[in-house]
Design a protein around this ligand. Structure first.
Ligand code: SAH
Length: 242
């Protein structure tokens, strides 16, 4: 999935400031596709002020006279509201939404629809959606400010989608191979037997635990070399001291 194929749709926003703040929320997270359905006041200086440098999104915003028009090319539509409704749409949280979208092919067109400040989306509007996203919140005070709701959803999208590349990079490329690890372990067992840490009574269990510890770390070639360097030095010192 590509963030530029995700469109944020704001339906009948009353306060232009909220449009500006939503644009800012989007741009900070790398989203740039904004669609405004029947905005009450737009363009407006409050929108530009609160966009605070994200006014390029305002200038390129799609302005529509109906939600249907905004959704024409969208293949997957997610509606957001603070309250659960009796519509039996499958539910999502911002995180489960982002986790689902990251597996879509990169050219799928997605819309995430946000409602009016006071009354949200109508049931009829929500029925244009495949999924219903609710940001978990206080049951007695569940409504977030519109732009803050956009921010939370956009943040999760960024975490799941834009960081995908760096996530895979988090696993180093130069991991030690099985053979290098096996030699490293053999070296370590030799030293640990020599200093009586490994005894015939506990050896099997201790070896298993040490392997589990190293496996959690995902050692690189350089790291296993360094550990073996340490073992060699210990070995030399033991021999000279004996
Ligand atoms: N009473 C309205 C709240 C309007 S708040 C409602 O029930 O939805 C304005 C918009 O912000 C909402 O239409 C929705 O798009 C978004 N929003 C606010 N709080 C939210 C929440 N807890 N979960 C999902 N979206 C939320």
């Amino acid at each position: 999935m590509n963030l530029s194929n995700i469109k944020i749709v704001l339906v009948a926003t009353s306060h232009p400031g909220n449009i500006g703040s939503s644009a800012r929320a989007m741009k900070t997270m790398g989203l740039n596709n904004l669609s405004l359905v029947m905005p009450k006041l737009f363009p407006d200086k409050h929108a530009t002020e609160l966009a605070s440098g994200a006014d390029d999104l305002l200038n390129h915003a799609q302005i529509c006279t109906s939600l249907e028009q905004s959704l024409t090319e969208c293949q997957l539509v997610i509606g957001t509201s603070a309250r659960p409704r009796d519509l039996a749409l499958p539910g999502l949280t911002p995180k489960t939404c982002a986790d689902m979208l990251k597996y879509l092919s990169s050219n799928t067109k997605v819309a995430i629809v946000f409602g009016r400040e006071r009354t949200g989306l109508t049931n009829e509007e929500l029925l244009h959606c495949h999924y219903h996203l609710i940001i978990p919140s206080n049951a007695d005070y569940a409504s977030l400010n519109l732009a803050q709701a956009v921010q939370i959803v956009a943040y999760e999208l960024r975490m799941a989608i834009a960081n995908q590349v760096s996530d895979t990079r988090a696993i180093p490329e130069n991991l030690a191979n099985y053979d290098e690890l096996a030699h490293g372990y053999a070296h370590l067992w030799h030293i640990l037997e020599h200093v009586d840490f490994l005894k015939p009574t506990n050896a099997a269990k201790v070896k298993q635990r040490i392997k589990r510890l190293f496996n959690r770390v995902l050692l690189t070639k350089q790291e296993i070399q360094m550990l073996r360097g340490i073992l060699t030095q210990i070995d030399k010192k033991i021999v000279t001291d004996e």
